[in-house]
Design a protein around this ligand. Structure first.
Ligand SMILES: C[S@@+](CC[C@H](N)C(=O)[O-])C[C@H]1O[C@@H](n2cnc3c(N)ncnc32)[C@H](O)[C@@H]1O
Length: 492
């Protein structure tokens, strides 16, 4: 990414289309199969849904009260809430395990655990056939959905999801079976991602299943479903961005570059010895903002507008909502675990702070450029995360990217942030634009309509046409010269 900071605004997302226009044959087929998981539909009750049914009536989609887009939006919101709840419960559990939690945290954890245990119990009684069918509290819809998750996705998945209030409410209260079907399908497709996220955040789903553990006591509850305590403890102590998930093979690994494991770190590092040739005397970190007049050109803090050094920091929480995954031929990629909105700052690009002329990292390095209003040529430094960095280094390129790298002054330094330029849906791969310069010697495989490879092909086609035209002119010239010579030789 050297010399490739993209400061130009990304094109806006295309306007919403009707379901027929916006969906390819393949997606339509998939959507149909998603919807088929829930056979019947009831008329939605809320005002919002009524409005959506009007939209649908306008688009003449028989039998649908919501558009596909509306379904997908609601589905993504529910999924995002489920992941948020799981992370929140895991954080509460951690606080209770590690320190002296306050009363509210303790109560909150205890109540979440009780609710989750009740959900597992409901599924267990239903599946083992001991359900009291004459119980006035009997809720068929909820029991059916819990049974479906336990039987098809496994008891582990049920125990994990049971901790999320939004999942419990979805099973109990959501009347729209199609919407339930959409969410269920997505949970099924990303089950391994959700499971690993829960394990990495040390969510204690195991204790919900242990009371039922006895060979053959619950259909489908095998010893493997409980997992090994040692392996779970290992995962819980791993930094989530130190592993890359392969959801297809259901495995994970450490990210590696040139045979060295890449480590996840929280902040950039500066080693004065890297800067000796660059700066005379005592080398200093050029991204550090100090209270002396010499460096006032870093501008005021972008968070609190303080002209001097302040204590502002970027929130780290968005990093809990991204995952490293195998991205096919592109290597490692980043997947969103929440819905992000345009304008959200997702994180800081961190690594080793090197001089601008550093040439040893032509894959990951990013220039720290002056902010757009500054009239300063060149870059201040280069951030090289080839060995130590965070998840932002794994953002793959797309010519129609979701995010941009941008320089910002925050607290005591100038940092490179990753900012969303358009909405990002949960489980989508997050991309950034490296700039066309990066692809002069490489081949981009982003597949976007405006891909730089198309521009390259067009350039190549024009070059060939020009060459062919040049050759024709030359040949015509030669012919003319020959004719001239001949006519000179022949006496008139
Ligand atoms: C900054 S790294 C991104 C993380 C990288 N995928 C990895 O496995 O570490 C940039 C490298 O990822 C790969 N890459 C990223 N986007 C790509 C794209 N659109 N097409 C092809 N390769 C891509 C290229 O190998 C590129 O040199």
């Amino acid at each position: 990414m050297t010399g490739s900071k993209s400061t130009t605004p990304e094109p806006l997302a295309p306007p919403p289309k009707t379901p027929d226009q916006s969906q390819s044959k393949k997606t339509r087929k998939r959507n149909r199969s998603e919807l088929e998981t829930s056979p019947t539909r009831k008329r939605p009750k809320t005002q919002n849904r009524a409005a959506s049914s009007e939209i649908c009536a306008e688009t003449n989609t028989p039998g649908l009260q919501l558009t596909y887009e509306e379904y997908h939006r609601q589905r993504d919101e529910i999924l995002s809430a489920i992941i948020f709840d799981l992370n929140h419960v895991a954080a509460t559990q951690k606080a209770c395990r590690e320190g002296a939690p306050d009363k509210i945290t303790k109560l909150s954890y205890q109540s979440q655990k009780t609710y989750a245990a009740l959900v597992v119990e409901r599924a267990a009684t239903r599946i083992s056939g001991c359900e009291d069918k004459f119980n006035p509290d009997y809720r068929e819809r909820e029991a059916h959905r819990l049974e479906m998750v336990a039987k098809k996705l496994g008891w582990r998945m049920l125990a994990i999801c049971a901790y999320a209030e939004s999942f419990r409410r979805l099973c109990r209260e959501e009347e729209d079976r199609w919407l339930w079907g959409c969410v269920y399908t997505k949970i099924r497709d990303f089950a391994y991602n959700i499971e690993l996220q829960a394990c990495l955040h040390a969510l204690d789903w195991r204790s919900l299943l242990l009371p039922y553990w006895k060979e053959g006591s619950l259909p489908g509850l095998k010893k493997e479903a409980l997992g090994s305590k040692k392996k779970l403890a290992e995962l819980a102590s791993t930094r989530p961005h130190d592993i890359v998930i392969d959801p297809v093979k259901k495995t994970f690994r450490n990210p590696v570059y040139k045979n060295r494991i890449q480590r996840d770190v929280d902040a950039s590092t500066f080693d004065p010895s890297d800067w000796v040739a660059e700066q005379k005397g005592d080398p200093r970190d050029p991204t550090l903002r100090e209270n002396d007049a010499k460096f006032t050109w870093y501008g005021s803090c972008d968070l609190c507008a303080s002209p001097g050094v302040c204590s502002c920091r970027l929130k780290r929480s968005p990093s809990d909502y991204v995952q490293l995954v195998e991205a096919g031929t592109k290597g490692v990629g980043v997947r969103a675990l929440a819905n992000f909105k345009a304008g959200d700052i997702l994180g800081e690009f961190v690594g080793k702070i090197m001089p601008p002329n550093y040439r040893d990292d032509n894959v990951y390095a990013l220039e720290v450029q002056p902010k757009t209003w500054q009239r300063i040529d060149g870059s201040i430094a280069l951030i090289s995360p080839k060995e130590y960095g965070n998840w932002t280094r794994y953002l793959n390129h797309s010519c129609d990217a979701h995010t941009v790298f941008d320089a910002r002054t925050v607290g005591d330094r100038v940092i490179m942030t990753v900012e969303a330029r358009k909405d990002i849906a949960i489980f989508e791969e997050i991309t950034v634009n490296y700039g066309n310069g990066y692809w002069t010697t490489r081949t981009c495989r982003c597949g976007a309509e405006n891909c730089v490879e198309e521009v390259k092909k067009e350039k190549e086609r024009k070059r060939r046409e020009k060459e062919a035209a040049q050759r024709m002119i030359e040949e015509e010239e030669k012919e003319k010269n020959k004719k001239k010579k001949k006519s000179k030789k022949q006496p008139s």
